[in-house]
Design a protein around this ligand. Structure first.
Ligand SMILES: NC(=O)c1ccc[n+]([C@@H]2O[C@H](COP(=O)([O-])OP(=O)(O)OC[C@H]3O[C@@H](n4cnc5c(N)ncnc54)[C@H](OP(=O)(O)O)[C@@H]3O)[C@@H](O)[C@H]2O)c1
Length: 443
């Protein structure tokens, strides 16, 4: 089973919702500016209090310091609201926009091994959301379900922790789960803690939401399934995208020579800055010609998520013993750029790739070439021992926190549950760069 849509498969339970209510067009969120600046404003406010306390008598200073410590502890443990809003699919339909409605419910309690999270940012996994909204492929079971949760991945603050977890209220975590919600109950085991929320700015939540699936996919696929080696030649398609820009950097960190494809000069510039050795604007240059002329020895490794001609060309240039990591096939997805509502089975290639992808197949081809449709396979092979460099999620977040791996987030801002469909459509338009993020609420 492929893990494109990990949240649908992770078994993260949806919060229990009472008194369903459509809250049309309700804008409870703050402005983006307020979101991005609320933490510094709070810090400045606290600093002002500290200064005021310092000019008073010693006794009052001690009393005030005690009160301030209590206030600081309260500030570090965010308040738990009694109710919250979330986006659900009323029933499966054409697209996220067609099915999404906002519901309000009472705040659930986390059970053993679970945490209650205040969601700050949701990562946009447009392909996954589209299949989920349509109740297709891995989500076929949603066809007769009403009010099922949307969203795949996010980052937020732990508000309450159930028994059996080391996570604490106030921890900042990136998680796999239905993130189009103000609050979410998530398995603690699907969370990765990246610090204390009180030390973080909103941008860190966007970047960590990007790392949790898009970054991890690139790391696991390249290092564990692809077993990338120094000096190898690798082709990465959709290289300036949510997962592609991580793949470029991880390939370079492993000493590979990177050929990267994208559609615009702006994206190409970013890719050169990230270290790509050869950028191919595949709508202007013939990729096959470039590969034949400049890389006649062939490709050791391919990280491919577009399908269509890019899939075929990559496969044709794979050298003997080479591996193609087929992370997806977005150009055949319903609602992708250049498509209308036609499902992925509308073309032979779309159907073939779709069946192989959702079936988690591995193609063994002549010349000892392998195409992995389940790019997470290497993770299974490595579960009994720690891969070199540490456990994948720890290694990934360490690379990020040490500044060796950049998480790029598209600067186009999407704010609040009401803009989820806009964010999904933008991601599926083929024009976004880096990861698309939806800010759910202020820190
Ligand atoms: N297996 C997994 O666990 C996993 C996890 C994450 C993502 N994925 C897959 O990886 C691929 C990339 O996903 P992503 O989330 O990182 O997306 P993305 O790369 O941020 O966005 C998609 C990019 O694909 C390119 N593209 C080419 N033809 C397209 C079309 N017809 N419609 C839309 N985009 C098109 C565009 O970039 P150009 O400028 O290059 O044309 C576009 O920006 C997808 O297939 C996705 O399903 C798989």
């Amino acid at each position: 089973m492929p893990q494109l849509c990990l949240s649908g498969l992770a078994g993260a339970p949806s919060p229990k919702v009472t008194q369903p209510l459509v809250v049309a067009g309700r804008a409870r969120h703050q402005s983006l500016w307020q979101r991005r600046h609320s933490a510094p404003l709070l810090s400045a406010f606290s600093a002002g209090l500290i200064f005021a306390a310092a000019v008073r008598s010693p006794c009052s200073i001690v009393r005030r310091q005690g009160r301030m410590a209590a206030m600081a502890a309260m500030a570090a443990t965010p308040e738990v609201p009694e109710s919250f809003r979330r986006l659900v699919a009323e029933r499966a339909g054409e697209s996220v926009r067609a099915v999404a409605v906002v519901r309000e419910g009472t705040t659930p309690e986390p059970e053993d091994g679970q945490v209650l999270i205040k969601v700050i940012t949701a990562g946009i996994n447009g392909g996954c959301e589209t299949f989920r909204a349509r109740g297709e492929r891995a989500f076929a079971g949603m066809q007769n379900v009403s009010d099922y949760a949307l969203g795949s991945e996010g980052a937020g603050v732990v508000l309450r922790a159930g028994t059996g977890t080391d996570l604490q209220p106030g921890d900042a975590v990136a998680f796999v789960g239905n993130a189009f919600a103000e609050l979410n109950i998530v398995k603690a085991s699907s969370c990765h803690r990246f610090g204390r929320a009180s030390d973080m700015q909103a941008q860190a939540f966007r970047e960590c939401a990007a790392l949790r699936i898009s970054g991890l996919t690139a790391l696991v696929a390249l290092e564990l399934t692809g077993e990338i080696k120094q000096g190898q030649t690798i082709l990465i398609t959709a290289a300036a995208g949510g997962t592609g820009h991580f793949a470029v950097q991880i390939a370079k960190l492993n000493g590979a020579r990177v050929i990267a494809t994208c559609s615009t000069e702006e994206k190409a510039k970013l890719l050169r800055e990230l270290g790509a050795d050869r950028v191919v604007l595949y709508k202007q240059e013939d990729l096959s010609e470039v590969l034949s002329k400049e890389f006649p020895e062939g490709l050791d490794l391919v990280y491919e998520g577009v399908g269509g001609k890019l899939h075929e060309t990559a496969l044709a240039h794979l050298k003997e013993g080479g591996r193609q990591l087929q992370v997806g096939y977005i150009s055949h997805y319903p609602q992708a750029a250049g498509k209308d509502s036609s499902p992925d089975s509308s073309t032979d290639q779309g159907k073939t790739l779709g069946d192989a992808f959702w079936g988690g197949k591995t193609w063994e081809l002549p010349g000892n070439k392998t195409v992995y449709f389940n790019v997470w396979e290497g993770l299974k092979r490595q579960t009994l021992s720690e891969p070199p460099g540490g456990k994948p999620l720890e290694r990934l977040f360490n690379l990020w926190s040490s500044g060796r791996l950049k998480a790029m987030v598209d600067p186009k801002a999407f704010v609040g549950l009401e803009q989820a469909a806009d964010a999904v459509e933008f991601m599926m338009s083929g024009t976004s760069t880096g990861k698309v993020a939806l800010d759910i609420q202020a820190l």
